[in-house]
Design a protein around this ligand. Structure first.
Ligand SMILES: Cc1ncc(COP(=O)(O)O)c(C=O)c1O
Length: 375
């Protein structure tokens, strides 16, 4: 979290404890603060405040969107890409309807021809804006145009994209879009769902009718206010070229590492990717072992997505991109933020180079990564 976001959050944790549904003064203040936050979140994605529904997490936002589509659409399959986050994949796998998982090309972008063919027998579509492992940005405008020709409603999991690249729900003409506070310097445990005005909507959580009946339960006022402040700052950061500064740091890191060790490759499309993400493979280096060496030296990164860390198998994303099992096991995801400095990035590159060299030496002795315990 940005320190300023924490500052904005604190008064709602140890000052005003009011329930925003109350009629007393403190409650009205809480309601007002939430309304302001709703406005900030809406502005970040080009929506109207009334189109934003606060949720508990990004996962809940995704599940809410898909539950609504599942309830309200007629016969037909659910189209998703093969590289969706588990929030989407596990939801559709638990539905009664058929699921069409659309393949991606080796660059990690959805195959538009396969998508178009699947649309003929589909009921709805959910495709992510940018992938959480590789950072690859999907051709959302093209996908939406095709889905529209077939009259299909479309949801996009934009949890990784929002705050890192400009996202505009009107320009994209998407029906539902999911976001999560902790991906743009807000707190964990708060998300939001954009629901296009006029779209039929079926709530997933029923109860006291909060969020205009779209998500019941007493609101997490502190989390919502903090997410609103993070959204306001993310918009300013995007407008003032902060993404470019992060991209430069990421590129500098990649150039240093790729120039410093042999057999280091980038995975996924290089042009269409988030400015903060670097997905690298290190030839003959077990990612799990590398992860431990890096952690010991103060570099926190992950093998694939956070949910994949600790698992030795290649992720569904890597397999969908056609990465060989061997190469997939040698991959790491590094992410950068506006809180990083150029100094840190250079140090991280140096540590990575040393860790790769060390691991290759150890592996050369035959006591390689199998000897490294990684719980
Ligand atoms: C693409 C994507 N979708 C959904 C989620 C889930 O969001 P949350 O952690 O807020 O539940 C994540 C989290 O990493 C993500 O990267």
């Amino acid at each position: 979290m940005l320190p300023e976001v924490l500052e904005a959050m604190l008064p709602w944790l140890h000052g005003n404890h009011a329930n925003p549904s109350g009629v007393y003064r403190a409650a009205k203040l809480a309601r007002k603060a939430m309304d302001e936050a709703r406005g900030h979140v809406a502005e970040l994605i080009g929506a109207d405040a009334g189109e934003i529904v606060f949720t508990g997490t990004g996962t809940e936002s995704v599940n809410t969107a898909l539950r609504s589509l599942d309830e309200l659409t007629g016969e037909g399959s659910a189209i998703v890409s093969a590289i969706e986050h588990s929030a989407v994949l596990r939801f559709v796998e638990n539905c009664k309807r058929k699921v069409s998982k659309i393949p991606v090309h080796a660059d990690g972008r959805v195959d538009l021809d396969a998508f178009e063919s699947a649309c003929a027998t589909a009921a709805y579509v959910s495709v992510m804006s940018a992938n959480n492992e590789t950072g690859v940005i999907q051709p959302l405008a093209e996908l939406i145009a095709i889905a529209r020709e077939h009259g299909l409603p479309i949801h996009s999991d934009a949890v990784q994209a929002v705050g890192k690249i400009p996202v505009d729900v009107r320009r994209e003409a998407v029906d539902l879009l999911s976001i999560s506070g902790h991906k743009f310097h807000g707190p964990k445990g708060v998300g939001a769902l954009y629901v296009r005005s006029g779209l039929d909507f079926h709530a997933m959580i029923h109860g006291g009718g909060q969020e205009n009946g779209r998500r019941s339960g007493t609101e997490n006022v502190a989390g919502i206010v903090a997410m609103g402040e993070a959204a306001r700052r993310a918009k300013i950061a995007l407008e003032t070229g902060e993404a470019e500064r992060i991209r430069e740091m990421r590129d500098a890191f990649e150039n240093l590492v790729m120039g410093g060790v042999s057999g280091c490759m980038r995975n996924g499309d290089i042009a269409f990717r988030l400015p903060n993400t670097s997905h690298l493979s290190f030839e003959s280096c077990d990612a799990a072992g590398l992860l431990i060496l890096l952690d010991e030296a103060g570099v926190a990164c992950s093998a694939g997505s956070a949910c994949m860390t600790g698992k030795r198998q290649p992720s569904h994303v890597q397999l969908a991109m056609g990465l060989s099992e061997v190469r997939a096991k040698t991959r790491l995801r590094f992410s950068f933020s506006r809180l990083n400095t150029r100094d840190e990035v250079e140090k991280a590159a140096e540590i990575t180079i040393r860790a790769v060299e060390k691991l290759r030496r150890v592996q050369g002795t035959g006591i390689g990564p199998v000897a490294i315990h990684h719980g």
